[in-house]
Design a protein around this ligand. Sequence first.
Ligand code: GLU
Length: 504
Amino acid sequence: MSQKVRVRFAPSPTGPLHIGGVRTALYNYLFAKKNNGDFILRIEDTDSQRFVPGAEEYIIEALTWLGLRFDEGTHAGGAHAPYRQSERKEIYKKYVDILLEKGTAYIAFDTPEELAAKREVVSNFQYDASTRSEMRNSLTLPENEVQSLIDAGNQYVVRFKIEPGQEVLVNDVIRGEVKYNSSVLDDKVLYKSADHLPTYHLANIVDDHLMEISHVIRGEEWLPSAPLHVLLYQAFGWEDTMPQFAHLPLLLKPEGNGKLSKRDGDRLGFPVFPLEWKDPHSGEISSGYRESGYLPEAVINFLALLGWNPGNDQEIMSMDELIQLFSLEKCSKSGAKFDYEKGKWFNHQYIQLRPNSEIANIFYPILEEKGVDFPLQYIEMVVGLVKERVNFVKELWDQSSFFFVAPEAYDEKVVKKRWKEESPAQMQELIEVLQGISDFSAHNQEEIVKGWIESKGYHLGNIMNAFRLAVVGESKGPHMFDITAVIGKDETVARLEKAILNIK
Ligand code: GLU
């Protein structure tokens, strides 16, 4: 098969994109780029009841943030436009008529009340080969009555006429051959006259065919629809161009049992959406990875490994490496536990990998909020010294505030333990020593200060602990002379003087 690889991400705009949907988009993207193929965004909005305003924009914004660019789509255009299903009504109507003509679909007039009444008397009622002859449809009514019912404005649906007892094979790249018996399927509604819109199943198949989709990569929850889709391809006579299926494993709760849900995120304190989402009806706000301080490359790497691995234990992979290494065959069949702590670990790793200048730029607005204003170059030096201690950029402030503001108070416990009787006098001496140093680099300071401590026979630990207390206000922070080299001689001396005056 030399068909060009073309994949589509086909979300329904019914709310914010769930993180599992982001993974589906990512795997489609990786597969497309690996095979020099096209990545298409199709908006499946034929269920007007479930349409949520802003959802489509949210999807595009989220995937753009993560660096997943579409080759074709609602916003990107392309040879198969329009890519929004609600704008393709006429196209679907044509294909519904083809099935009606072929006799593989039929018109049904049963009202919701009639269907409910039937369900009352027949337990496990299913509209299929065993029951369709008892219902009000074009198979049971005379042709002229069907026409007059339509002409009189009666609403109807078009149902797929499924022949029972056939074996349906779904060939799945990840799961192998999955066999179904058509008898378990019901005569699915394909089209509704009420809104002149097809249902998901029909629109999905027609568009995959027309848009020349080569691979359908989607979540496991769609596997039960696959036999119906295979039968639809057969009904249209499109078997030869039927896409390859790949149903991705479920994302499981961190504990491993059951599907990951928004409630798990609320319960355990992690986002399940890529971006913050404000529900347009309730106003409820759900947290997002972006607003929680994740770097997009960390989210990508984290998600890539939820259901796939390169076959070795390599964990840190850039988008380009993921594209090179990705294959559907290496996706797992079994669900992937959503290990949220691992997500934090990835963010930590990517903060280390990003240049300090970029992290400084992200940190800058946080510093502004704290009311401090320092040149970017200075912030960059600070970032370089403390970033190994954080998982998120916003945690940098806690680890580095003393680079920007002198301590106002001194941690009492530390004072008790580290500020000895002789400390004020020793710190006064240290001031003299520091004043005499012209090259204030960390290395040079360390050599001179340690030389002084040794010559005086002082206790190294005592001096350094008191020094840190005076400069930082508590016993934390990176290497002492790295701190003083950054804040400079004058500031260091000023803090020592202040400490001598204020620590009791
Ligand atoms: N519209 C479906 C969804 O919301 C698409 C399923 C598919 O990819 O076929 O996920």
